[in-house]
Design a protein around this ligand. Structure first.
Ligand code: HEM
Length: 400
């Protein structure tokens, strides 16, 4: 479904629409930004009965209040849709969460991510080679998706055997390209196989697998369920998000050609990149469970209630970010919650930023002048937790 721009003039019954807002309904993508803009103004915490029933959190300050109080707003079983698998730190509270982050933070630092820089650049160049002579590319499927999945397969599984690595890339590529339950099942099986092998024979090299199988939480080995959940969420959290960020930035450059000069300036990574991520938050939402009766923004919530944090709405809150639905680079805007806030702030933020910076460094060395092959309103945004378009077809010119 396409996302209509936010306007004050549309005649819809937003209170009624918000009451039935379902994050997994493709039709709701069409009006969600308008409805959230209405909610921020008139009913910032509003009840939807869709799914398990939620309080929708649409304003920045209410979101921050909730994300900074993990005791009252628990992440355990925090997935908006019931899931049979654990999701590592994402659906854990302290002390399990603290232990997992202590183990995983070092292998997601900027320095650690940059160890893979040469390989990431080589991957980008190979992918660009495959489409540059066509003068066109579907940027998500032919570039951003495979680039991100290959980086993750290498970083997480750290496989030396080229055939096994190719098989792992095949499995992770299928998750981004097809996204079917079967593709996710195959990924979970692959993670379980690598985890079992690593438990049997701990890898010597520093990395995600070694951290999970040799590390301890509260003096005890990491429970297998948490280790497997961590592998799952690293892939689930790391694929669609970075992929759609790269796609969105290309799309913005195609719609606003003057942006190419900004992205060509190496300083763009300091704050311009965050502004792209604020305005089109790649993670729309995640949930929390209320652990005690509490009042937020004048609304009384009861123990057991569920809240749905709308990162995409809070990040466009005019009270925090004037003219929030528009990109605005000068002066830089602080406080962006695109990567979340509080203890669950994104584990992969450094890696994502490194990947996005490398992707554009390599792309813009070879191509220029992106143009959308379809009208912007024909880009289809998928519903769900990630804010990801289906495909972004563009044409371009070669740099030389
Ligand atoms: C532009 C790219 C990305 C964006 C915008 C993004 C956004 C987010 C957000 C908003 C959260 C907080 C969720 C919450 O509070 O409930 C989060 C958490 C997380 N992200 Fe990302 N993410 C990105 C890339 C990645 C990558 C590359 C990885 C790993 C490979 C990753 C792994 C995770 C994990 C494991 C968590 C849970 C952290 C915790 O609970 O402590 N993300 N991300």
């Amino acid at each position: 479904m396409t996302q209509a721009p936010e306007t004050e003039t549309t005649q819809r019954d937003y209170p009624a629409l918000l009451r039935e807002f379902d994050l997994f309904n493709p039709a709701h993508e069409e009006w969600k930004y308008d409805a959230f803009a209405y909610a921020r103004e008139h009913c910032p915490i509003v009840r939807t009965e869709a799914g398990t029933g939620f309080w929708l959190i649409t304003r920045y300050e209410d979101m921050r209040r909730i994300l900074e109080d993990h005791q009252t707003f628990s992440s355990v079983q925090g997935s908006p849709a019931p899931t049979p698998v654990r999701l590592g730190p994402l659906d854990a509270d302290p002390p399990v969460h603290t232990g997992l982050r202590k183990l995983l933070n070092p292998v997601f630092s900027k320095t650690f991510s940059l160890r893979f820089e040469d390989e990431m650049r080589a991957n980008c160049r190979m992918l660009i080679d495959s489409f540059i002579d066509n003068g066109r590319v579907e940027i998500l499927g032919e570039f951003a998706g495979p680039f991100v999945s290959r980086t993750l397969a290498r970083m997480v599984f750290d496989e030396d055997d080229q055939d096994k690595m190719a098989a792992a890339i095949h499995v992770t590529d299928a998750v981004t390209e097809e996204g079917t339950p079967e593709a996710f099942f195959n990924l979970a099986m692959l993670s379980a196989a690598y985890l079992a092998a690593a438990l049997e024979n701990p890898p010597e090299r520093e990395g995600v697998l070694r951290a999970l199988v040799t590390g301890e939480i509260d003096g005890k080995p990491v429970p297998e369920e948490e280790a497997l959940g961590s592998l799952n969420v690293i892939f689930l959290g790391g694929l669609d998000t970075t992929r759609s960020s790269i796609g969105n930035i290309v799309m913005q450059m195609a719609m606003h050609p003057e942006l190419e000069q900004r992205v060509r300036n190496p300083r763009w990574v300091r704050s311009d990149m965050d502004e792209f991520i604020r305005q089109q938050a790649p993670v729309c939402t995640f949930a929390r469970n209320v652990t005690r009766d509490v009042e937020v923004g004048g609304i009384r919530m009861k123990e057991g209630d569920r809240v749905l944090i709308r990162f995409d709405s809070a990040n466009r809150d005019d009270k925090k970010f004037p003219n929030g639905s528009q990109l605005q680079f000068e002066p830089p805007r602080g406080g962006n919650a695109g990567f979340g806030l509080g203890i669950h702030r994104c584990l992969g933020a450094h890696l994502a930023r490194v990947q996005i910076a490398i992707a554009f460094d390599e792309l813009l060395a070879r191509v220029t002048n992106f143009r959308l092959e379809c009208a912007p309103e024909d880009i289809v945004w998928k519903p769900g937790i990630a804010n990801a378009p289906d495909r972004i077809p563009v044409t371009f010119d070669k740099v030389c």
